[in-house]
Design a protein. Structure first.
Ligand code: FHN
Length: 703
């Protein structure tokens, strides 16, 4: 056998787990931080099997950038108090705090849910006036109360005076959204603390579980989602799932639900809280440090310290902080879903309306720096943030702290704009000076917005943004040769080294594509007037060695597997497979065996895959938790460790014929997923990975 190849795994490393390996997070910990943190960290989350939303579906969402989140339900009536006591924590977690039988909770609060001041038009206008393009409203939270007349349960609107009086808040909101051109999103909790079929019970819930059935619960949950999306509330723009962390996508039958809803509501967007990645990630009460490459994302955040209204929560974020958060998020290509917790009577409290008013005033003056905008490929300035317009012709310097000399510098813009103006103070003069890779901007006298002043910089063509060289040609794994090519910089020159040394202005200047015929470590850097700009580009482009295929047809169809119970943080070594209690079997394709422990096991899958065409094959392992893939004994993908449902891809140059492969996988707890996808030389460049046809999988009889 030819010596094996070297493979570059395309990595989107899984996020560091917020709860850390081996630690068992509490319910609220998982809900409030760790599992939500995980969500935010993985840019390479696994793509769900139902067609994800198209780029066109996401256009309105990306353009809007800002939305209103509304947490409103029975808990809003309690407002964080119970039997005369202040209850700490999130208002909507009241039931989990007071630890009473759900029937006591509902029996106490449903008769009091009569929000006589609820005015859907006022809510939607408040969102629109604040510059928000959508409103996402809780229809069912973890407490199990449904804010509509449902055929599935009595714990719904019709059990309240409001429903009995014929009011229908979701329909009223849908009509108001249609009137005001605001998109309606519905929040829905998969977890349900009241439904007698939902498991696991909360630790304080002593109701019997012997008759409980999660399968029956999931059927009911699907029926509830069908009601929400069957058109009775019109066109739904977003289905915002939550409370998914106690079960896998398999248990939720999330794929079926997602596909059915996408058929019922074409273009609808799913967030990533259906135990599937959905269409965008949802970091919660935090703003990622940088862009999440290849993944739309949205920070959801409270205005104070709770989602549902709590009368004694005064931890209000200043409006200036909310505005700067919005700018920071958009400068990283993110969206901002800002929460409102209406009172039990349906009104917004003063701190909420004040913040919405301040946000709206700022957006009316500066919205062009937010709507449709995104990141600029320059180093983040110390004085504020940069956003680029959708047509990339405008750059907005959003100043948080203006230096005493009223001069700011942008490193990475190597040319003066044709026009520059201060959006909130058009009378202020703006002078600009380009020096090498930097642009200096000096403001004349005059008062500016102390929270965030926007200086709009406009060029007649592409702004001369220079930074890390952008690769536009060259494969990270090539068979015989590859053409290394960089996009010409807007200014200055790119200097390249092929010997792993850091480029200097004396290194060879890149002018034309470079032909590579052996494995090469490439480093490149942009220089303007001798000054280095941005971070260097670095990559190893590898010449692959063929792995020969075998003509011997393995005797059995499908793959073989063996499973050992236990808690693993890393994929185990081979001897673990002989552990006590191991199970074995075969299956037609790569995946999790039908019978398996709920949590805590390691799985090994062995087989052969037939390559119909010689050439580069890309194998994508998607797994929750860790997994690895070897082909003919060579490690192709190392996606080990504890992480959410994410994917990693590795490539191999495989010759025609049968190739032996081994997948090792671990499931610690919570969600689970395992799949092997590939692209072959038959596929178009850029084609998404697809499942391997079962006819191309065979195995040797179990040992
Ligand atoms: O447990 C919920 C919480 O009550 C709230 O709804 C937030 C909003 O994103 N989601 C869960 C915590 O992550």
């Amino acid at each position: 056998m030819l010596s094996a190849l070297l493979i570059l795994s395309l990595a989107v490393p899984p996020a560091a787990s917020g709860s850390g390996p081996g630690t068992k997070a509490t319910d609220e910990q998982r809900s409030g931080s760790a599992s939500m943190q995980d969500r935010a960290g993985d840019a390479g989350r696994v793509m769900d099997a139902s067609a994800p939303a198209s780029a066109a579906d996401l256009t309105w969402w990306r353009d809007a950038r800002l939305g209103m989140f509304v947490h409103w339900g029975l808990y809003s009536v309690a407002a964080g108090r119970w039997e005369g006591r202040d209850i700490p924590g999130w208002g909507e977690w009241l039931l989990n705090k007071i630890k009473v039988d759900p029937s006591v909770y509902a029996g106490t609060l449903m008769p009091r849910f009569d929000p006589v001041r609820f005015d859907a038009d006022a809510w939607v206008r408040a969102a629109k006036d604040a510059g928000m393009g959508s409103i996402v409203v809780t229809t069912k939270h973890h407490d199990g109360f449904l804010l509509w007349d449902s055929a599935t349960t009595d714990l719904d609107l019709m059990g309240t005076p409001f429903g009995k009086a014929g009011r229908n808040p979701l329909r009223e909101l849908a009509d108001a959204c249609a009137r005001h051109g605001v998109r309606l999103g519905l929040y829905f909790s998969l977890m349900d603390w009241s439904d007698p079929d939902y498991l696991p019970r909360r630790e304080w819930d002593t109701r019997p579980t012997d008759t409980a059935s999660m399968a029956r619960f999931v059927d009911r949950m699907h029926a509830q989602v069908r009601e929400l999306t069957d058109g009775r509330f019109g066109s739904i723009a977003i289905l915002w799932g939550d409370g998914d962390w106690e079960h896998s996508a398999t248990t939720w039958r999330a794929q079926d639900l997602m596909s059915a809803v996408r058929r019922a509501q074409p273009g609808i967007l799913f967030n990533d809280r259906w135990s599937l990645p959905g269409d965008y990630a949802t970091p919660e009460n935090r703003i990622p440090d940088g862009r999440l490459p290849n993944r739309p994302w949205e920070t959801c955040m409270t205005m104070n310290g709770t989602w549902g209204h709590v009368v004694h929560d005064h931890r209000w974020k200043p409006a200036s902080e909310l505005i700067r958060n919005l700018v920071d998020i958009v400068s990283k290509d993110g969206n901002y879903l800002l929460n409102v917790g209406p009172l039990g009577d349906g009104s917004f409290d003063a701190p909420t309306t004040d913040r919405l008013a301040a946000l709206g005033a700022w957006m009316r003056t500066n919205g062009e720096a937010i709507r449709g905008c995104g990141s600029v490929a320059c180093a983040r300035p110390s004085w504020g943030r940069l956003t680029a317009s959708a047509d990339r012709r405008r750059v907005h310097a959003v100043v948080f702290e203006l230096p005493a000399d009223r001069t700011i510098t942008i490193d990475g813009i190597a040319g003066a704009p044709a026009r520059a103006r201060v959006l909130d103070a058009p009378g202020i003069t703006v002078s600009t000076r380009a020096a090498g890779p930097s642009l200096s901007i000096t403001l004349g006298e005059g008062a500016i917005d102390p929270t965030a002043t926007v200086i709009a910089l406009e060029w007649d063509g592409e702004p001369p943004i220079v930074g890390t060289p952008e690769l536009i040609g060259g494969e990270e794994l090539f068979l015989h040769e590859t053409e290394l090519a960089f996009r010409p910089p807007a200014a200055g020159a790119i200097h390249v080294t092929l010997d792993a040394t850091l480029p200097t202005v004396d290194s060879p200047r890149y002018t034309v594509p470079i032909n590579l015929q052996r494995t090469t470590q490439v480093r490149a850097r942009t220089f303007v007037e001798g000054i280095a700009v941005g971070d260097p580009f670095e990559a190893i482009l590898r010449r692959a060695e063929w792995i020969p295929g075998s003509d011997d047809v393995p005797p059995e169809p499908g793959v073989s597997w063996e499973l050992v119970p236990g808690r693993f943080d890393r994929v185990p070594t081979d001897d673990a497979w002989r552990r006590e209690g191991r199970a074995q079997g075969t299956s037609a394709t790569v995946g999790l065996p039908g019978t398996r422990p709920a949590d805590g096991f390691a799985l090994r899958i062995d087989g052969f895959v037939f390559c119909e065409h010689a050439g580069i094959h890309a194998f994508t392992l998607e797994s929750d938790d860790g997994s690895t893939l070897e082909i003919d004994g060579q490690r192709i993908v190392d996606h080990d460790g504890l992480h959410g449902p994410t994917r990693m891809t590795g490539k191999a140059a495989l010759d025609l014929g049968w190739h032996r492969f081994t997948i090792r996988y671990i499931e610690a707890d919570g969600g689970e997923a395992l799949n092997l996808l590939w692209t072959t030389p038959k596929d178009q460049p850029g084609a998404p990975p697809r499942a391997i046809d079962a006819a191309l999988l065979r195995h040797e009889p179990a040992r």
